[in-house]
Design a protein around this ligand. Structure first.
Ligand SMILES: Cc1ncc(COP(=O)(O)O)c(C=O)c1O
Length: 458
């Protein structure tokens, strides 16, 4: 049995969870249109739907919450967050937002015009949708290795820099209002990006005068991977590595619900005074005054403390160790996953587990539904439901290369025995994999369809 570093905390408050019967699970799924987002959370035993906003806050964060200053403008909480932001990220300007997608919306509203392209290694769903909502074209230029689930490489989130340069020359820098990179690469297995790659990507964007933004919600996990895997970084702290990462960029946005260890929050940061002016105006329209941006003062304080806790080395060793533990339990049993295990989640490879189901029969949806029906465990499909779309030019159905189910680990929430239970249920499911049925979509909205689509088994 693989082991991981013990939790660098002990449990002071508990939240009961319950395992309902298989019959009750079936009824719950039918009522939810077989969409796991439609379930009542209390009908889920181990909820691995997302690591976003689902973490446990520390005593330090709860204490900071009591100090929250709820002044509309210029609150002390804002200045405490500002100080932290300056130390870690080093951008000249920032605004708080209520979560990551609000930052994406504001940036897209200001910079994206119809027909423009936004390259990245891989955009996540909300980023992609916010760009599309403004008529833009999100373009994924991750290295080919990212699509080989068993390839053992340290930085499978890296962007293909040659492809990026060719792409910029092909569409012209004037049609790229900003370039991006996602750390870690959530849509591609939670895989990290190396400092060398970040440096080359920044150089490519800058050579063509394109501002470079980092979608940085898991930047601390990425920094720890760099420390563990990239030559020359073993003796640096996660903070020093993070500072080096952000020094390369012109801005960043963050869903603080991840590595800032809060239940709600985010930010958009930048170097340009001109952009900051426009962002502030848009923020006032959509989110709130620039010193609170849609959050309560106490949320800003929780974020200021959580950002530091998220960079703590013993926490990061436990965090990545826990994800690796679940991954190794599955690999030892021959269950196909994206290898090596990522930072925040294990990505089950439904495509390889269910070769009898083609893309159109939604193998990821099939596996995610079976996991709930079998063990009341909730994951999320990251495959043709989330990323399939109809090409606006050809009318053709486009499917992603990988059909995955992501099991995201909330931060500081589950213990090793919870993970053992998850592994046991999955290993049992593997035995009956060939009998799993496909699904068809009976309803889907035009954007971000996975949240509210309805399904039926085929
Ligand atoms: C890489 C990435 N970017 C952006 C977002 C959007 O953040 P939020 O859910 O806070 O709106 C997420 C959320 O999962 C994400 O993983």
């Amino acid at each position: 049995m693989p082991v991981y570093p013990p939790e660098p905390f002990r449990i002071k408050m508990v939240e009961p969870i319950r395992l309902i019967s298989p019959q009750e699970r079936l009824i719950a799924m039918q009522q939810a249109g077989y969409n796991l987002f439609g379930l009542r959370a209390e009908d889920v035993f181990i909820d691995l739907l997302t690591d976003s906003g689902t973490g446990a806050m520390s005593q330090g964060q709860w204490a900071a919450i009591m100090e929250g200053d709820e002044s509309y403008a210029g609150a002390r909480s804002y200045f405490r967050l500002k100080e932290t932001m300056e130390k870690i990220f080093g951008f000249e300007f920032f605004v708080p937002t209520h979560q990551g997608r609000a930052a994406e919306n504001i940036l897209s509203a200001i910079l994206v015009r119809p027909g423009m392209y936004i390259p990245s290694n891989m955009h996540f769903d909300t980023t992609e949708a916010n760009i599309r909502a403004r008529g833009g074209r999100p373009t994924n230029l991750v290295n080919e290795g990212a699509f080989d689930p068993t390839l053992q490489a340290p930085f499978k989130g890296n962007m293909d820099v040659e492809k990026l340069r060719d792409f910029i020359q092909q569409v012209g820098p004037q049609s790229i209002p900003f370039g991006a990179i996602t750390v870690t690469n959530n849509a591609g297995g939670g895989q990290p990006v190396s400092m060398a790659n970040l440096t080359e990507v920044a150089a490519a964007y800058h050579e063509f005068g394109i501002p470079f933004f980092i979608d940085c919600c898991r930047y601390a996990e990425n920094a720890y991977f760099i420390k563990q895997r990239e030559p020359g970084y073993a003796d640096k702290t996660p903070l020093e590595i993070a500072q080096e990462m952000f020094a390369l960029a012109d801005g960043a946005w963050m869903s603080a619900k991840k590595d800032a260890l809060v239940n709600i929050g985010g930010f958009l940061a930048m170097r340009s005074a001109d952009l900051f002016q426009k962002v502030s105006n848009e923020l006032i329209l959509r989110e709130g005054f620039p010193t609170y941006g849609g959050l309560a003062g106490r949320d800003l304080d929780a974020m200021a403390v959580g950002l530091w806790e998220g960079l703590d080395e013993s926490y990061l060793a436990y965090r990545l160790g826990q994800t690796n533990y679940l991954g190794q339990c599955l690999l030892d049993a021959g269950f196909p996953i994206i290898e090596p295990p990522g930072g925040h989640a294990i990505y089950l490879d439904a495509g390889r587990l269910l070769p009898h189901l083609p893309h159109a029969m939604l193998p990821g949806q099939s596996l995610a539904a079976a996991l709930y029906l079998e063990g009341a465990i909730r994951g999320v499909e990251i495959g043709s439901v989330m990323f399939g779309y109809t090409d606006p030019d050809t009318g053709q159905e486009i499917y992603p290369k990988l059909e995955l189910v992501r099991l995201a680990l909330p931060r500081r929430v589950f213990t090793q025995s919870h993970l053992d239970y998850v592994a046991d249920v999955l290993i049992k499911l593997k035995e009956s994999a060939s009998s799993l049925k496909g699904y068809r979509i009976t309803y889907a909205p035009p954007l971000l369809r996975h949240f509210t689509a309805r399904f039926e088994p085929q």
